[in-house]
Each structure stands twice: as structure tokens, then as C-alpha cells.
Design a protein around this ligand. Structure first.
Ligand code: ITT
Ligand code: NA
Length: 197
């Protein structure tokens, strides 16, 4: 059986390939398949976006597709950037630009008010419809300066008290163990196992 990890984000691809490596599936990325179109992403919830991305790429490839919609919700910013996490500093801005904008919007805000969480919704679709969804979160604090070089996106700013590290200071296996995506993948794998019973 084959699963296409239907994302344009290379950080996500790396994490999915590692987390799904023990399963009886051949895991492929869109790049592996030479698929270049970008799915439209107009939803206002993570679930809507995850479903529409999974269904878009399933129709395009004719294969089982797993999509991820995720983002950072900062309490002081009333849940922003949320579903706009990838585009926070503009459509074509870099991760560094987004991180800078986040820090600017939290200037002078003390640590106890910098609480946040990463949220991830996964959707698995075939060419007809979404078959499964799964979700996960991880709670943390937005630091005032970046720490660590691993991971991607907001990882260098996101401190996880549980491990006393930012997500960018964690080894890939540590991040997968506690992250929103790692938790969502665990839930997805449990559902897949039930589906195949
Ligand atoms: P696809 O839609 O192609 O999957 P994308 O990067 O546009 O790629 P999203 O719309 O789901 O995906 O945006 C997710 C953004 O949230 C991502 O670009 C990061 O800025 C942030 N994000 C999500 N998970 C993260 C993680 O594990 N570590 C750091 N930042 C993360
Ligand atoms: Na999104």
C-alpha cells in the first residue's frame, strides 16, 4: 500500500517520513512523484484545510493522500497566527520573517502571558473523500529570542516546559514524541490499524 504525504512543506515531509517509517506503507512525497501544483487553501479552520488539501492531491495523484494543516495559536494574540501561520508575514515571506513578526507583536509581553500551542489536523483521503482525520496539540511559551537549529517554522521560538527545550533544540525523535504532529500521527496510526482489522 502507498501513502502520499501531500504537503509542500519539506519540514513536514521529513517528520512524516520518520514517523511513518515503521508502518507497512510505502510513503512518498509530492516531490517524489513530481507533483507541483499547490492546493488552494481557503478554509478558516485547520480541519477544513487539511481535508481540502488531502482531497485535492488524492484526485491529482489517484493515490491515498495524507495532508496536514497546522499552526501556532498565541493566547495574547487571540489565537493568531492560527491557520495563517505559514502566511503570517505575507504570502511569500520566509519563516524568519514570520518569526520576526511574531516577536514584534509580543514586544514587552512577559513570559507568563506568552502562552501558546501548536495545533495539527491530519486528513487522509482517497480520490472520493476524506476517510479519516486526526489531531494533536502541544502547549508551550513563545520566547523572546530564537534558540536551536533543528526543525522548521516557529520551532526556535517555541519553548516546551515538559522537555525544558525549544522545539528547535530537540532531536527529531524528541520532537516527534511530544509535538502536535507526532500526537496527531499516533492517533491516525491507531485509526488506520482499526480500519485494517
Ligand atoms: P502545506 O500546506 O503544503 O502542507 P504549509 O507550510 O503552507 O504547507 P500550513 O498551511 O499547515 O502548511 O502552515 C503551517 C505553518 O505553521 C508552517 O508553515 C509553520 O509556520 C507553522 N508550523 C506548523 N507546524 C510546525 C512545527 O512543527 N514547527 C514549527 N512551525 C510549525
Ligand atoms: Na494552513
Amino acid at each position: 500500500k502507498e501513502i502520499v504525504v501531500a504537503t509542500k512543506n519539506l519540514g513536514k515531509v521529513t517528520e512524516f517520513k520518520a514517523a511513518l517509517s515503521g508502518l507497512p506503507y510505502t510513503v512518498m512525497s509530492l516531490t517524489d512523484l513530481g507533483i507541483y501544483p499547490e492546493a488552494p487553501e481557503n478554509g478558516v479552520t485547520f480541519e477544513e484545510n487539511a481535508r481540502s488539501k488531502a482531497e485535492f492531491y488524492a484526485r491529482l495523484t489517484g493515490k491515498l493522500c495524507l495532508a496536514d494543516d497546522s499552526g501556532l495559536e498565541v493566547d495574547y494574540l487571540k489565537g493568531e497566527p492560527g491557520v495563517y501561520s505559514a502566511r503570517y508575514a505575507g504570502e511569500h515571506a520566509s519563516d524568519e520573517d514570520s518569526n520576526k513578526k511574531l516577536l514584534d507583536n509580543l514586544t514587552g509581553i512577559p513570559a507568563e502571558k506568552r502562552t501558546a500551542r501548536f495545533r495539527c489536523v491530519l486528513a487522509l483521503a482517497d480520490t472520493e473523500k476524506t476517510l479519516l482525520t486526526a489531531n494533536g496539540t502541544v502547549e508551550g511559551i513563545v520566547l523572546t529570542e530564537p534558540r536551536g537549529n533543528n526543525g522548521f517554522g516557529y520551532d526556535p521560538l517555541f519553548f516546551v516546559p515538559e522537555l525544558d527545550k525549544t522545539m528547535a533544540e530537540m532531536l527529531p525523535v524528541e520532537k516527534n514524541g511530544i509535538s502536535h504532529r507526532g500526537r496527531a500521527i499516533k492517533m491516525l496510526v491507531e485509526q488506520l490499524a482499526q480500519m485494517n482489522e
